[in-house]
Design a protein around this ligand. Structure first.
Ligand SMILES: O=C(O)c1ccccc1NCC(=O)[C@H](O)[C@H](O)COP(=O)(O)O
Length: 204
């Protein structure tokens, strides 16, 4: 069964609907690089509203260590996601489980990064280019998804209800991640799109 992370939550009601529809994880974005950025207080409220067994993921992108520590202390997510050029050494200093995003915008040439993060709990392969923000709606060549890594791989970038079943067939990921494909505007989730996306993953 392919797990599902719905990212870029800015409203409690959207995160609750994702959980009710069967999402395994939700993401809140704390970095100023995002148009979906929420405050520490908003993120805490969303995390606190989640029922048991829904993983909460807090996202940063090349942020100061102080902000990451505040996120850990105030938001208290299940795990972190580092979405920039952070090194393995830097990410692991917080002693928290985390996902490391890998920018796949350069295609096969981007694959070298996959071996650089042995301490990450999972690697999230996203369609944008190096140094660019996530939530871009850009996909990459799913056939590049490696099969020989010990870490779980999360497929992200430009997924929606119409393409996610093919993406799963080609890439065979541990999980899929979606943000703009279930939105009506940045940070505002569309209940119909969310419902269709989760149903498409479940029947893939
Ligand atoms: O979504 C953002 O605004 C964002 C900004 C900066 C860093 C990361 C960000 N999102 C990370 C995610 O995990 C997204 O869900 C992922 O990039 C997929 O987005 P989309 O292509 O819109 O489905």
């Amino acid at each position: 069964m392919t797990r599902i992370k719905c990212c870029g939550m800015t409203r409690i009601e959207d995160a609750l609907l994702a959980a009710e529809l069967g999402a395994d994880a939700i993401g809140v974005i704390l970095t100023a690089h995002s148009k979906r950025q929420v405050s520490l207080r908003q993120a805490r409220a969303i995390v606190e509203a989640m029922p048991p067994f829904v993983t909460t993921v807090a996202l940063c992108m090349d942020d100061e260590a102080n902000l990451v520590q505040e996120i850990i202390d105030i938001v208290r997510p299940s795990m972190l996601q580092f979405h920039g050029n952070e090194s393995d050494e830097w990410c692991k200093q917080f002693g928290q489980p985390y996902l490391k995003a890998i920018a796949m915008g350069e295609g096969a040439a981007a694959l070298y990064q996959l071996r650089d993060h042995p301490h990450a709990a999972g690697l999230l392969l996203d369609g944008h280019g190096l140094g660019e923000a996530g939530g871009s709606g850009k996909s990459f060549d799913w056939s590049l998804m490696p099969r020989d890594l010990r870490q779980p791989l999360i497929l992200a970038g430009g997924l929606n209800a119409s393409n996610v079943a093919s993406a799963i067939r080609v890439a065979r990921p541990w999980a899929v991640d979606v943000s703009s494909g279930i939105e009506s505007a940045a940070g505002i989730k569309d209940p119909g799109k969310m419902r269709e996306f989760i149903a498409a993953v479940r029947s893939a």
